[in-house]
Design a protein around this ligand. Structure first.
Ligand SMILES: *Cc1c(COP(=O)(O)O)cnc(C)c1O
Length: 466
């Protein structure tokens, strides 16, 4: 340990007087500035005490310490929740915010965010309106449902649906469908919170329609099917279809509820993605379907409930409706997202989730070459190779569907792959890649074309700083 360096470490009061630090006093509270200074000094003191041989006078030089404090202070000004560039290739990346809104949806949000709106007002009559109508009309048109509402997320949709249709009654579910979704969503737990009684039937791998029938009593409230969206049971398996449940429901006068998870609106089997569609669920006879707003639907976080008017109307009046209700920004995003589905071909282009998932191999290859060229143009010493890779949709969707991705493997003689990945994540606009076989990988499927230059600039800055 070098006590000489410790003594030379600048003091808080002296750093406060430095002009570049003092310049922040109008923008940041005094405590934030002093805390930031302390954080920098403490970090340095720890390093010196640890006895790092490589440290010299420049480590404690006043101007250098001021620069570091300024970096920390600049960071205090930027938002913690901020944009990132997704180079993982995972389209519905749960940690990176799942679905990106379409341009139209983002514009609809912006239009009402800082102004008054028709949220609960009907300009035709000048009277009070309902916040549900904005999304309900368009959901009815594009799904064929009689009625619809949107709540905070699909977990909330499940909760209000079961509380309305199953409280105090038994709801029959297959043991193969007692799903846990990331976080704390577990079907049995949501069920008990809602006041419905879980009646599990069948086995993990096989549940027959006769298993449902045998379990029906006077106290049965509904038949529930849960899409196993984040896992797949393969091999010796059997499950009841919605059509079979419909038939049984009709025989005993029971409603059929379908928790679909993703809310896919257009068939994507041609693109290697096997997920049920909302239209198919209604065609097979589901009374109420529930799905997420920000999975394959491609909208905002939300839970969509669509189906028979008699059930949806009850949900709208349930006390939970107020607790789980969404704000004007979510409604604006959802209305615009559903409107894109008036034209399915258009939706595949405009909704980023669908656009990313339906990109052709030629398009991905072209994108990879353009990104490679953009990075190479900076002459920063990176080695880049283009390769094929298998990817997944993510976000707990389509667990058995693998999609063909094209990746850039990027190396630099001065950095390990871990260092490079960490440096790309730093700063105001983090770039998130993957490490694959000791190489940094950027997957072009999830990178927007207007982000190539930003990636090239950041890589060049990283190489120049070393
Ligand atoms: C994702 C999912 C949920 C939870 O949806 P959130 O919108 O994340 O709350 C519930 N059920 C199924 C089947 C799902 O796939």
């Amino acid at each position: 340990m070098d006590s000489n360096l410790l003594r030379k470490l600048p003091k808080v009061d002296d750093l406060l007087k430095a002009q570049p630090v003092a310049d922040f006093s109008g923008e940041l509270p005094h405590e934030v500035i002093t805390d930031s200074i302390r954080k920098v000094i403490d970090g340095k003191r720890e390093k010196i005490l640890a006895g790092d041989e490589a440290l010299d006078e420049s480590f404690v030089a006043y101007d250098n310490v001021v620069d570091e404090v300024v970096t920390v202070l600049n960071f205090c000004k930027i938002n913690s929740l901020r944009r990132v560039i997704n180079g993982t290739g995972v389209v519905l990346h749960t940690n990176l915010g799942r679905a990106n809104l379409s341009k139209a949806a983002a514009a609809a949000v912006a239009a009402v965010a800082d102004r008054y709106s028709t949220l609960e007002y009907d300009p035709e009559t000048g009277k009070r309106g309902s916040r549900h109508t904005h999304v309900e009309e368009v959901i009815k048109k594009v799904t064929g449902a009689e009625a619809a509402m949107v709540v905070n997320n699909n977990a909330a949709a499940t909760m209000i649906c079961l509380a309305t249709m199953g409280a105090g009654k038994e709801v029959i579910v297959s043991r193969g469908e007692l799903v846990e979704i990331g976080g704390s969503f577990r079907v049995p737990e949501i069920m008990s919170q809602s006041g419905a009684i879980l009646a599990e039937i069948g086995t993990t791998n096989k549940t027959k329609i006769s298993d449902y029938e045998k379990r029906i009593t006077e106290n049965t409230g509904a038949l529930l099917k849960v899409h196993t969206s984040n896992y797949k049971i393969i091999g010796f398996t059997e499950e009841a279809t919605i059509a079979q449940l419909r038939e049984l429901g009709d025989k005993y006068g029971l409603p059929v509820i379908y928790d679909m998870g993703s809310g896919l609106m257009v068939d994507l089997t041609a693109y290697g993605i096997e997920e049920p569609t909302v239209k198919d669920a209604f065609a097979q006879g589901a009374d109420v379907v529930l799905f997420s707003g920000d999975k394959l639907l491609g909208g905002a976080q939300g839970g969509v409930l669509a189906g028979k008017k008699e059930f949806i109307d009850k949900m709208k009046k349930h006390p939970l409706a107020r607790i789980l209700r969404v704000d004007k920004m979510t409604l604006a995003a959802m209305e615009a997202t559903f409107k894109a589905y008036y034209n399915e071909e258009q939706a595949k282009k405009e909704i980023p989730v669908l656009a990313m998932l339906t990109r052709s191999q030629e398009d991905l290859m072209k994108a990879a070459q353009t990104l490679k060229r953009t990075i190479a143009r900076r002459n920063a010493g990176y080695e880049i190779t283009i390769a094929k890779d298998k990817g997944m949709v993510g976000g707990g969707s389509a667990p058995s569907s693998f999609i063909d991705n094209i990746i850039l493997k990027i190396t630099h003689e001065k950095f390990t792959s871990q260092q490079l990945a960490a440096l790309l994540r730093k700063g105001e606009l983090p770039i998130v890649g993957r490490i694959h076989e000791e190489q940094l990988v950027l997957d072009v499927r999830t990178i927007f074309a207007d982000e190539y230059q930003l990636i090239a600039d950041k890589l060049a800055a990283i190489a120049a700083a070393k």
